[in-house]
Write a protein that binds this ligand. Structure first.
Ligand code: ASP
Length: 346
């Protein structure tokens, strides 16, 4: 649903703001006092500054803005379609999105938008726009400045509290700090202080001579299991037996370590033997999986578990959804999981 409102300004750049929901546009319900999403016209009335930015702005609003906990694969497909439809007309996109699942959406989009030549920047806030002391206004305005800058960032990014991160490297780590995201395995693409500093070394190069394509086919037959000491191994058995399951992201300890227990390894081997792709990801936000470094990961390697390297959980899950969505065989998915496709892996 497009609620198109055009703001006239001097610069030739044209940016599409896509409002999907999230705290940024919420207010307290008069009866329940819980935060509920506002509609689009109420949002724009809170940001008169947009009129003064040096770019042309169009808006597109979700008919029913959502809390990002309700994000699903259909939402990602719709979001990618909005970008596809508006791609030729706009120089950049700013997506207003809830923070809770922002890193998942950024990761999914990074795989869905192939040969991206323009900035796609997600932002949101911890405090709604309507509050007197909020982080929303600044986040939106700086995200807009970056999206309309002459330094073109051909990536899906997350702008939050002074930094633009590569979207598939960022994680939400705080539910209370204004500085809610971090990216421990890849440097910020932009630092916004008094000046906006672009880290040109870290920003991806524009893909030359390749056509922009949107992949809307995703496969949700993936599971995520986080290890903990004492985890009942039968849990793995229950998951492995799920009908149609194609992959498991295993959040393991440290550099990818896991119990050496025979029953546990036996279940995982049963899965890999049957073509279920198991990707080993670290529970640590920084550092990388190194299968075989310790005895506690050597067995995983031996039974065909794939290393997720320094990918975030969000990137690993959405990459699997994307790859299986392309109908690749399990063998091909295993190869591609260990290959850098969109800057998600060092
Ligand atoms: N629950 C909200 C959401 O993710 C939180 C936020 O936006 O910060 O939609």
């Amino acid at each position: 649903m497009a609620a198109n409102l055009k703001l006239k300004t001097k610069n030739s750049k044209r940016i599409l703001i896509i409002y999907t929901g999230g705290t940024i546009g919420m207010m307290h319900h008069h009866k329940t006092k819980a935060l509920v999403p506002l509609n689009f016209s109420e949002i724009t009335s809170h940001i008169p500054e947009l009129k003064h930015l040096k770019c042309k702005i169009d808006f597109h609003s979700w008919k029913k803005p959502i809390d990002s906990s309700n994000v699903d694969l259909d939402f990602w497909k719709e979001l990618a379609s909005v970008i596809e439809k508006n791609y030729s007309k706009h120089d950049g996109f700013v997506i207003l999105h809830g923070t809770d699942t922002m890193a998942y959406t950024a990761s999914a989009l990074s795989f869905m938008l192939d040969n991206l030549q323009k900035p796609v920047i997600l932002t949101g806030s911890q405090v709604p726009l309507g509050a007197i002391r909020n982080d929303a206004r600044r986040n939106i305005i700086t995200a807009m400045e970056i999206a309309s800058s002459n330094v073109v960032i051909p990536e899906v990014g997350i702008y939050f509290s002074n930094q633009l991160y590569r979207g598939n490297r960022a994680e939400k780590y705080s539910s209370s700090k204004f500085d809610a995201f971090h990216s421990l395995s890849y440097p910020a693409l932009v630092e916004a202080g008094v000046n906006i500093e672009y880290n040109k070394e870290a920003i991806a190069k524009k893909p030359k001579g390749k056509k922009f394509r949107v992949h809307k086919s995703l496969d949700s037959n993936v599971a995520l299991i986080k290890l903990f000491p004492g985890i009942p191994y039968s849990m793995f058995w229950q998951v492995i037996k799920i009908d149609g399951l194609k992959a498991i992201v295993l959040e393991a300890f440290g550099s990818g370590n896991a119990p050496t227990d025979e029953v546990f390894i036996g279940y995982l081997k049963y899965a890999t033997d049957r073509g279920i792709v198991i990707v080993d990801i670290s529970q640590c936000s920084g550092g990388s999986v190194e299968l075989g470094k310790y005895e506690t990961s050597a067995l995983l390697k031996k039974i065909g578990v794939v290393s997720g390297g320094d990918m975030t959980t969000e990137a690993a899950l959405t990459k699997l959804m994307f790859l299986f969505g392309q109908n690749y065989s399990a063998k091909k998915v295993k190869q591609l999981m260990e290959k850098n496709l969109r800057g998600e892996l060092s």
